[in-house]
Design a protein around this ligand. Sequence first.
Ligand code: ZN
Length: 174
Amino acid sequence: MKMEAAREAVETLKLVTPAAIGTIAGLLQDDMRDHPRAVAANYRKAGDQISDAEKRDLGIRKNAFLSREALARLTIEGRLEPLTAHERTLLRATFTLIRGRRIAKEVELQVQLGKAFLGFEHEILGRQCPACNRLDGIVSDAANAHVLPPSDCVAGCTANYGLRPKIDFLADLD
Ligand SMILES: [Zn+2]
């Protein structure tokens, strides 16, 4: 799931190169203890740093951190936002991973509840992306829920929507 989530985020946002898929997957935390912003910042800080002249060329401040490795894995688009390219990619992959885990966890609930379990409802949090907006309120079974972002969700979107179990609390009363 981590590799799949990382691959989707890298290939869709195109801010970092495919060589970074393994890195992004490795930065996805099992316990999600740290915010992806902090995780991505630590990644930028680790290892050989680029020179002040290179920072100037990239338009970033002198005291910003950017490792040679992080720079080497930025695409042309990513070089326009060198300090957030990894972070946004990681965010998108993180949201996918959260959705995947939610479904895996709630499958048990689904068995317990039987017909009272109506499915997973897509809950859209941001409102900028038409592709993600279209999912809002849709209830799907586990197989059809959009764990991975919809295929037409593109540029700039981190697909930060959730999947929530939808339960019919009155189902057993009739
Ligand atoms: Zn989207």
